[in-house]
Every structure is written in C-alpha cells, then in structure tokens.
Design a protein around this ligand. Structure first.
Ligand code: PPE
Length: 305
C-alpha cells in the first residue's frame, strides 16, 4: 500500500507513521468496533466523495446498534473526511472511517475505555482486478453461511462481522475463485463477502431484500435507483442459489468493488460467460455518476474543495 502523508486520528491530523495504537486496544482483542468504506472520485469539477452523508449515517447507525458513543459529531466527521483528502493532495482515494474501543481495561464488560476514531485514505484501484471489472469474475458459493440475524448485527458494519466474510473470501481464493457468495442460515442467497449481489433476467433485475442478512449497501441502493431510471424493473426478493445459475447476468456492487460483472458461478458459465450487456450499461452509468457527468445525480457528490 502506498503511504499517504497524513491520517486523521481522534480529531487531529497525524503523520502516517504516528497513527498507532496500543496492543491492549480493546477492539483488537474482541472485534467490537464499527467502520465505513467510502470512495472519493476525481470528477470533472474536482475531487468529490460519493454519498458521504449516507456513509456517515451508516457509521453512526452501526455505532448505535453496538452501543458505541462516537465522541466526534457528524458534522466534524464530515469536515474531517474532506480535510484528510486535501491534506494528502488526493484527487481520488478510498476512505476508511473507523470507531473503536481503545486501551484501558480488559474484559468483555469494559465500559470505560475511550472510544477512538480515525479516517484513513489510500489509493485503491479495482477491488476485484481491472480485468474483473471489464470481463467479469468467478464466484464460488461459500460453505460458510452468513451469520443468522438473531445473532449478528447485519445492519451494522461492525469489525467483528468480518471474520465471517474473511473465512468465506479466503476459502474462495484458495479454491481459485475471485469472490465468495454467501447463503443465509436458511440457504437463501444473501450477499458476497464484501458486496451485494444482483441478477439480471431480461429487463428484470433481482436482489435480496433489505430484510435479509445483508449489509444495506449504499452502492446497492444507488444501483437500484439508476437501474429503474434506465427502464429496468427492480425486485427485491429472496432466491436460492439455483436462481443465480440460470440468470442472464450476475453482478456485484460495493464501494470497493463498484459494479463488478460475474462471468462464472460454481463452475457454471453465466450467460455468455463474459460481462453482460445490462451489467456493462449499469456500470457505465454508475461511473458517469461518480465522475460527476450526470447532473441528476450530483446530489450524491460532496465536493472536497
Ligand atoms: N456487503 C458487505 C458485507 C460489505 O462489506 C460491503 C462493503 C457491501 C455489502 C457493499 O456496501 P456498500 O459499500 O455500502 O455499497 N464492503 C467494503 C469492503 C472493502 C474491504 O475489503 O475492506 C467496501 O466495499 O468498502
């Protein structure tokens, strides 16, 4: 990873090398913390953060779900999100917000440790590879189910939730695939390890509903809106893995993955076995929006300067 000059930590800009924590940092031991992933794009009018308010809302909602009191206010966090990009002279980057429990006492019941915050920025290219973004990736159904909704806060982007995702991801990578698709505890399709999933059947697009054990992706929400704009009928419904195999097209959405086509699932070719036409149309429209080239969606951009 290419180092940036500065990291925003607990209200101050510090040098990259100095953004360290103590080994007794509570979140490091127990995974109790929340985070966000947001992208800043080099738009035609300068750098702009895509749906910053929605990402910050989700960060504070995640903290609310976990009963973590973030000591920095929403407005200050929004301001700092722009500051860190300026401090590092980035035109485009990924932003990682994190709120975690610092050191002090140990044990699960600790309530008095400080809640710490940071915003880190770095250059992040195509998450699932340039070629994947153009031609499509290979997906494997994971043997790990998404944790059941009665046991895990799926609407919180919580640090510890990612043990489940990383187990699935590593299993897929070791088996030679690019990404894992995870089922819920009843066997229905939930989401990929770090992306939401969409299937295309002609002019209809389906994706698992918000009520399922998925993260309510901000890219997912954006793609639903823009797909409807493009004339597709979008249905949020539950489906088994078999439905993926017979889809005309499959694609994944996420801040890091953006709109990534899927060309193969569990050794079954999807459609023509390459990126589908509808997927590429939606992807092109998505990139237009994030790059500030669609006036209708400028409302989703927060300009840095
Ligand atoms: N599901 C999960 C489990 C998930 O982690 C993400 C984001 C999404 C869906 C898509 O949500 P959204 O980004 O709001 O559209 N995954 C982050 C993981 C990146 C990482 O490896 O770290 C991301 O895309 O930033």
């Amino acid at each position: 990873m290419e180092k940036a000059k500065k990291i925003w930590m607990d209200g101050k800009l510090v040098n990259w090398e100095d953004a360290n924590v103590h080994i007794l940092t509570h979140t490091l031991h127990y995974g109790f913390g929340v985070f966000e992933g947001t992208r800043c794009y080099k738009t035609v009018d300068g750098p702009a953060i895509f749906r910053l308010d929605d990402h910050l809302k989700r960060l504070y909602n995640s903290a609310q779900i976990l009963t973590i009191d973030i000591p920095v206010g929403f407005k200050e966090m929004a301001k700092a999100s722009k500051e860190i990009i300026k401090a590092n002279h980035y035109q485009e980057c990924y932003l990682r917000h994190i709120a975690f429990i610092g050191d002090g006492e140990m044990g699960l019941g600790t309530m008095t440790n400080p809640v710490r915050t940071a915003i880190i920025s770095w250059k992040w290219g195509a998450y699932l590879g340039e070629e994947g973004l153009k031609k499509g990736i290979r997906l494997k159904t994971s043997s790990y189910a998404r944790l059941p909704v009665q046991s895990f806060p799926c609407k919180a982007k919580a640090v510890g939730n990612y043990v489940n995702s990383i187990l699935a991801k590593r299993e897929a990578l070791k088996a030679g695939y690019d990404e894992a698709v995870m089922l819920d505890s009843s066997g229905y399709v939930a989401e990929a390890s770090g992306e939401n999933i969409f299937l295309v059947f002609g002019d209809t697009i389906i994706t698992p509903p918000e009520s399922s054990s998925i993260l309510n992706g901000i890219t997912r929400k954006s793609v639903i809106e823009l797909a409807k704009d493009l004339g597709y009928q979008v249905k949020e419904e539950t489906f088994p893995r078999d439905t993926i195999y017979i889809a005309d097209e499959v694609f994944l959405t996420g801040t890091a993955a953006e709109v990534t086509p899927v060309r193969e699932v569990d050794n079954r070719k999807i459609g023509k076995g390459s990126a589908g036409d509808a997927t590429l149309k939606i992807q092109a429209e998505f990139f237009k929006i994030v790059l500030g080239k669609n006036p209708k969606y400028k409302k989703w951009l927060t300009y840095v300067d």
